[in-house]
Design a binder for this molecule. Structure first.
Ligand code: ZN
Length: 329
């Protein structure tokens, strides 16, 4: 009897394994499909793949709230964003023309994302795309150079009027728009004080908004249009895996501290990024860095927190006396 039970258990485990990997396959496939749907603006496909992502994601214990949110948005009624009075500063010289009717049916593949207009008002810059956009269209970075803070937005898309163009915003030292690469538009804010910038994504538009401008018209509450709001000026953490290269740190046989702390640091980076932090490593490979290089790096990245990871060692005879962590300020 006991034997039979064991055999049954074994089979059950095998079955469970099979379905799990099947779910994983379906989930991965749905992810690919979803990406494709977004790239081709295929809303129907987008909805289908989102549903799969939720079903199989849940079976795999993945976090599916963002898919649900996205699905909700596509299925639910989408309200138009409130019109903000904008002063158009940059516009294509002519609206995009419809292909002439007499043209032969040549299959055109305008795969490149294009930005139709860039407009600016008192404290925001709006970009209007020729298609639906999402968070992956924006790559934000913040850094400090000398006394100046830089907020840099690399935006997927081509804007034909983006020869280096200066925008003037009261309270910001300098804003420059350039077509950084063929498919990346770069908007860079430079300012003496740290700007608090958010961006909002709504269908085919991205609005970049500076929240803490000194000059605000009195009695006017800044309006934030509908859409997903992102706070890119999140906290930056620099993780410093101790030792490295010629400096192995603590050694126990073939186990080197420099390797252990590098693994721990990479893991920590991943976990922190999942929680919305911007994370940099002082080293991501086995190389030697001076202490000053490490701290300078953290300062350059304008880090809010600097964590140096070590794995201290003691002789076995004393091991029972030692526990806990050390913190230095
Ligand atoms: Zn150490």
């Amino acid at each position: 009897m006991k034997k039979l039970f064991l055999i049954f258990l074994f089979i059950a485990c095998q079955l469970l394994g099979a379905t799990q990997s099947e779910h994983q396959d379906r989930f991965t496939q749905a992810k690919k499909q979803y990406l494709q749907a977004i790239m081709t603006s295929d809303t129907k496909k987008e909805i289908e793949s989102l549903k799969d992502l939720i079903i199989y994601g849940e079976k795999l214990n993945e976090n599916t709230w963002k898919y649900k949110k996205e699905l909700n948005k596509l299925g639910g009624s989408i309200t138009e964003p409130k019109k903000v009075t904008t002063q158009t500063v940059l516009k294509p010289k002519q609206p995009p023309k419809q292909p002439p009717k007499q043209a032969p049916s040549i299959v055109q593949q305008p795969l490149q994302t294009t930005i139709k207009t860039v407009t600016q008002n008192e404290n925001s810059i709006s970009l209007e795309f020729n298609r639906r956009v999402n968070k992956s269209f924006i790559d934000y970075s913040k850094f400090k150079d000398g006394d100046d803070f830089y907020d840099q937005f690399d935006i997927k898309g081509y804007f034909k009027d983006a020869y280096p163009t200066k925008l003037a915003m009261n309270g910001v030292d300098r804003i420059i728009i350039t077509q950084h690469t063929n498919d990346t538009l770069r908007i860079r804010f430079k300012n003496r004080s740290n700007l608090k910038i958010i961006y909002i994504i709504n269908k085919s538009s991205i609005i970049i908004k500076v929240l803490n401008l000194k000059t605000q018209k009195t009695g006017q509450v800044p309006t934030i249009p509908d859409g997903d709001i992102f706070y890119p000026s999140r906290k930056t953490i620099v993780i410093d895996p101790g030792h490295g290269g010629k400096d192995p740190g603590a050694v126990n046989g073939k186990l080197y501290e420099k390797d252990v702390v590098l693994d721990v640091s990479k893991y920590l980076k991943e976990e922190l990024e999942k929680n919305g932090f911007k994370v940099y490593l002082t080293r991501s490979s086995d190389k030697y860095l001076k202490l000053s290089t490490r701290t300078q790096y953290a300062n350059r990245k304008n880090a809010d927190l600097f964590i140096s990871i070590h794995a201290n060692a003691v002789a076995k005879s004393n091991a029972h006396k030692v526990y806990g962590i050390e913190t230095y300020f």
